[in-house]
Ligand binder design. Structure first.
Ligand code: ZN
Ligand code: ZN
Length: 719
């Protein structure tokens, strides 16, 4: 080896080039030569090897180089701290930081950023406070990092903003950009705007991008697009981040034709093949319900999709119930392509499990989470798991997970409160809500939806009024149309039809079909045909193709033996071409999902199922069950009572329950899902079945869970 060639200077020069190019292969051979060469051990060179390995994501090699450094100085420490920071190991970084005799600005900034990346506010703010107390120098990066760490704490962010202004750090554009981002993420668009428009000269392209994103986050799509046009007019540099954020503008306007045009522009400029932009496109098409086919086409054009793009694709599939299976496929393909799923991937695929209501798939994904390197306290993943368990009827595991979480946020509480509400366990919902009010987690409008529905499912009218007022008075949350629908539902179920009608008339929104539908089903329950006609008319004006109002009216007339009116409604349905949405029920047995429609004939075990149903219906009749033929009338015009009873006995939910009973062990609980509301006769029959077979049978219908046990249902027949 030519000793002159490998002189110190030459080595230094080559090494610097490797770092700039992130050329790990050459860098490694230089390292080998350096160790073997006569160049004396140099802290300076060691530091650069640490830097090289850190930049190339080789943590253990970086650590070896650090440990071999003859006299580590602050530069060596900073390089290795940055390597641990990148590997999301702020605690190790902290240990090293504490060994530095005199940490400098870079040491502080690196460590604060490490905490910020993990959303760990307390230690980051601790370091920041330490710097201030010791009067150490700070720069824009220090502020950007500590604001990022404060991420969810808007009060802290405003405090930091004041300090930045006082210290003149608001002249750093990066500080302002971070402020815009985090004000917006915390729902304070005004503060974001003040920051953006406040200092005209302290803005760069990134600031514009941040502000466009902020408008998109607050559903102000037209302002986002206007800002983009202003950017173009001023001939500012537009990059992939700008273009992706413009797409969020179209997304929140649900402006598909504008989106299409912009897509065409992206194709012309070649930007559509950029992973970041493609991700925005897929998100737009998925959220605007343009069909996943378009998304798939865009995705397939990207040569090497990155993790974000895979996640967008999984998220697109998981937003759509029909595509749950595709969401899993996509998740598996992503892993095969060599990507480690991150918290975002897990959140999406877990929500696909909630949609498909496949408890075994949910459990499987949960075990993957446990095996992954996602920290056990990752709040978004835990929240998704809670929602998944509760939607799959497993409230016990949902609660266990909830109790095990070291900290909660509003989403965790909302999921748990809604879970209890859906299962008819209103009291537990409200206990949790009262606990929430005592903590410093502020309830939001979604919390109140869950709380009101908890009151509705359990007939707590007074409490409902109390919470409806509380949300306005104590928390200054303006009730939305959904909250009014909940109240109408609550009043209607409790038989306060007049009050419900009055609320519909006085609510500050035009009542949607959901509010009228709530009143209509209350009328059915309480046999008020006059008001039912009115409510049905209102429903049909808003949504003429919806079969439900016709069906309810026909059933009500039938119960009152008004056969002429029944015929009129049926004729109307035929004339309008309205068809009842076919009901189907499904159940998972041995990791396979079995779907049933009424009078099913396709299932391989259908003969056994019908035989079993015949047998059990004799038993429950002896126990006191009387078939309620009013639930069979609409479809069975002109048929004889015996036939009607038979058809009633073959409703999809009864078939699914029967199949569950004959294909599982004695005592095993069953979970059946139905796409529509459970019918009244099936509800009654399953109560008897649960008593006779000594089984816990849970039915999740389109509205809630019914947990049947010992002849009772958890809804207390209040549904
Ligand atoms: Zn039924
Ligand atoms: Zn029930």
């Amino acid at each position: 080896m030519n000793q002159i060639l490998w002189s110190f200077q030459r080595l230094r020069q080559l090494l610097k080039e490797c770092i700039a190019e992130r050329d790990l292969v050459t860098g490694k051979s230089l390292h080998a030569l350096y160790i073997k060469s006569i160049v004396p051990p140099s802290t300076y060179l060691s530091n650069h090897f640490i830097l090289l390995y850190s930049k190339c994501g080789r943590l253990s090699a970086a650590r070896l180089a650090f440990d071999a450094t003859p006299a580590p100085n602050v530069f060596s420490f900073n390089a290795i701290i940055s390597a641990y920071a990148k590997d999301s190991q702020p605690h190790v970084a902290r240990g090293l930081f504490d060994q530095i005799p005199q940490p400098d600005l870079v040491s502080y900034n690196t460590l604060i950023s490490a905490y910020a990346d993990r959303g760990d506010a307390a230690p980051a703010v601790g370091l920041f406070t330490g710097m201030r107390e010791m009067g150490l120098d700070m720069d824009g990066f220090t502020f950007s990092a500590v604001i990022t760490a404060a991420s969810h704490d808007i009060a802290l962010i405003s405090q930091l903003h004041c300090l930045a202004v006082a210290g003149g750090f608001d002249s750093f554009v990066s500080v302002n950009n971070t402020l815009i981002t985090y004000y917006s993420k915390n729902g304070d668009l005004d503060a974001a705007k003040r920051t953006f428009y406040g200092f005209d000269e302290i803005r760069d392209e990134v600031s514009w991008n941040c502000m466009i994103v902020a408008y998109g986050q607050h559903q102000e799509g037209s302002k986002a697009l206007a800002l983009y046009q202003e950017m173009v007019r001023r001939e500012l540099g537009v990059d992939m981040f700008t273009l992706a954020s413009v797409l969020t503008g179209f997304t929140c306007l649900e402006d598909l034709s504008g989106g299409h045009q912009f897509h065409a522009y992206l194709v012309k400029t070649g930007f559509h093949q950029n992973a970041h932009v493609a991700s925005g496109l897929i998100d737009m098409y998925a959220k605007c319900q343009a069909g996943m086919l378009e998304c798939k086409k865009i995705f397939q054009e990207i040569p090497e999709p990155d993790l974000v793009l895979w996640n967008t694709m999984i998220s697109g599939y998981s937003q759509n119930e029909e595509f749950s299976e595709e969401a899993f496929d996509c998740f598996r393909q992503m892993q095969r392509a060599g990507h480690r799923p991150d918290d975002g991937s897990f959140v999406c695929v877990i929500s696909a499990c909630s949609n498909s209501s496949s408890p075994s798939q949910g459990k499987q994904i949960h075990s993957l989470v446990l095996k992954s390197d996602i920290p056990a306290n990752q709040i978004a993943v835990n929240n998704a798991l809670i929602a998944m368990y509760s939607k799959c009827g497993n409230l016990r595991d949902a609660r266990r997970l909830f109790d095990r979480m070291p900290e909660h946020n509003a989403v965790s509480l909302n999921s748990m409160i809604a879970g209890y509400a859906q299962h008819g366990r209103g009291a537990e919902s409200l206990v949790l809500f009262e606990l929430m009010v005592e903590t410093d987690i502020t309830p939001n409008s979604i919390t109140f939806l869950a709380v009101l529905s908890a009151c509705g499912h359990t007939g707590k009218v007074e409490e409902g009024h109390k919470y409806f007022n509380m949300m306005k008075e104590k928390f200054s949350i303006v009730p939305e149309a959904e909250h009014y629908s909940c109240m109408i539902d609550l009043l209607g179920r409790a038989g306060k039809l007049k009050e419900a009608e009055r609320l519909i008339k006085t609510m500050p929104y035009s009542p949607g079909s959901i509010s009228w539908a709530a009143l209509l089903s209350a009328c059915r329950r309480h046999g008020n045909i006059e008001l039912a006609i009115k409510a049905a008319n209102e429903c049909l004006q808003l949504d003429p193709t919806n079969a439900a109002p016709y069906v309810i009216l026909a059933n009500m007339y039938a119960s009152a033996k008004k056969w002429e009116e029944v015929a009129t409604v049926r004729k109307l349905m035929r004339d309008m071409g309205v068809r009842k949405k076919p009901g189907c029920s499904w159940i998972e047995v041995k990791k396979r999902i079995h779907v049933f429609v009424a009078e099913d004939s396709s299932h391989p075990l259908i003969k056994e199922i019908y035989d079993f149903l015949e047998e059990i219906s004799m038993k429950i009749k002896i126990a006191g069950y009387v078939p309620d033929l009013s639930w069979a009338l609409v479809q069975d015009d002109g048929t004889k009572a015996g036939e009607m009873e038979l058809r009633l006995g073959h409703h999809s939910e009864k078939l699914a329950v029967a199949f569950g009973l004959i294909s599982t062990k004695d005592g095993e609980p069953l979970l059946v899902m139905k796409n529509l509301r459970i019918c009244g006769d099936c509800h009654n029959a399953i109560k008897f079945i649960s008593a006779i077979t000594k089984r816990e049978i849970t039915v999740r219908d389109a509205h809630r869970f019914h947990c049947f046990k010992d002849g009772q249902c958890s809804c207390g027949d209040y549904w």
